[in-house]
Write a protein that binds this ligand. Structure first.
Ligand code: KG4
Ligand code: ZN
Length: 352
């Protein structure tokens, strides 16, 4: 079975074709992404209206490119999947309508995919990961820890009460004069820095719940930067390294607590999985690899290209759903909010 996946919820326009083999493994036939980073860089963050217009401009040609790279004609796929949320509503509408239109014209079923579910399941496209697993989903808009118990069966164990981790990286980069998006810039600067030079707080560490709070750390970083001004390259490197070290400590502590909560509610985890743009951070990956080794669990970290927003994860989530039952979601609405765990209260930061 082959599915076209379309992603337009934030600042990446993406289209991919993924095949699921009879044994349930996946193969990416094409995976096209156009990043809008340059269009938003001057504003230091994503401007929703600019994002929606940029999606409209490139999506059609990107879908054509995805078919070209896969060497397939439109009739050679079995379904179309598009992210129907959560995300910026203008962009979501662009991808959702394009997907529905394509599905109608090609007379294929349409699957409305939850963008967070796509992040949550993409590990199964690249590795044989069985349910249930513990997932850290950390991007620019979301930071949650989930028990992934099956397709459509998610239990939220923790979430951020204020900023998402990626958002905190972006804001720290901005205050230090580093480019957007901040995550890769802060990580690169941190490589030459001394993580022990500035003592920054580790918010929530030691708490019995698995929630996060990043805004106090962000403010502490800003105050420390102001005290150290004027900042030389070395100061910026040391600040980035100190900030990243604090985030790493918090992430490992929160995952340790979450693993305990997981065991109480969902039995023993088969693996620990990380996803979302922040999962491409080398320091976080290394620290979680050490934690997993201690816990005796495999760490599954998809390659960075599948951690940031992409079309392959949308196609894969569509395939995972279609494998369970036939779907045709032509009436599905665009959803700015769409929590994965409907029983959990709204995310403390209102973003999930
Ligand atoms: O998943 P994603 O591509 O888009 C969203 O759905 O938000 O994640 C983008 C976020 C940005 O905030 C970016 O700064 C962060 O992920 N990010 C990183 C790294 N690469 C991307 N954060 C820390 N370290 C990185 N290497
Ligand atoms: Zn995302």
């Amino acid at each position: 079975m082959r599915v076209l996946g379309i992603e337009t919820t934030c600042d990446e326009t993406a289209a991919a074709i993924v095949e699921m083999r009879p044994d349930g493994t996946g193969v990416i036939l094409s995976d096209e992404v156009i990043s809008q980073i340059a269009a938003h860089a001057a504003y230091g963050g994503v401007v929703p209206e600019i994002a929606a217009r940029a999606h409209v401009e490139v999506l059609d040609s990107l879908i054509v490119r995805a078919f070209g790279k896969a060497g397939l004609a439109p009739q050679q796929i079995d379904a179309v999947a598009a992210a129907a949320g959560p995300g910026l509503i203008g962009g979501v509408l662009v991808g959702l309508m394009a997907g529905k239109g394509f599905a109608l014209a090609a007379e294929k079923p349409f699957v409305a995919v939850n963008h967070l579910e796509a992040h949550a399941l993409v590990a199964r496209l690249v590795a044989r990961v069985n349910f249930p697993y513990l997932l850290l989903l950390a991007s620019g808009g979301h930071t949650q820890i989930l028990a992934v118990r099956g397709v459509g069966d998610y239990r939220r164990l923790g979430a951020t009460m204020d900023d998402a981790i990626g958002e905190a990286f972006d804001k720290v980069a901005k205050m230090l004069g580093l480019p957007y998006p901040g995550g890769p810039a802060v990580e690169a600067a941190a490589r030459d820095g001394d993580p022990g030079r500035f003592a920054l707080p580790r918010p929530m560490m030691g708490r019995p719940n698995a929630d996060f709070s990043l805004s106090g750390l962000k403010t502490a970083t800003r105050l420390t930067a102001e005290r150290a001004a004027p900042l030389k390259t070395r100061d910026i490197a040391d600040l980035c390294a100190s900030f990243q070290a604090a985030v790493v400590d918090v992430v490992v502590d929160r995952m340790r607590v979450a693993l305990g909560l997981f065991a109480k509610e969902s039995g023993s985890a088969r693996a620990i999985v990380i996803a979302g743009g922040v999962a491409s951070n080398g320091a976080i990956r290394e620290a979680l690899a050490r934690f997993c080794a201690q816990a005796g669990l495999p760490l599954v970290a998809p390659p960075p290209r599948l951690c940031t927003d992409n079309g392959a994860m949308i196609a894969w989530a569509g395939l995972e759903r279609l494998r369970i039952r036939p779907i045709d979601d032509l009436g599905a609405p665009a959803r700015p909010r769409w929590p994965l765990d409907l029983s959990a209260e709204r995310a403390p930061n209102g973003k999930a």
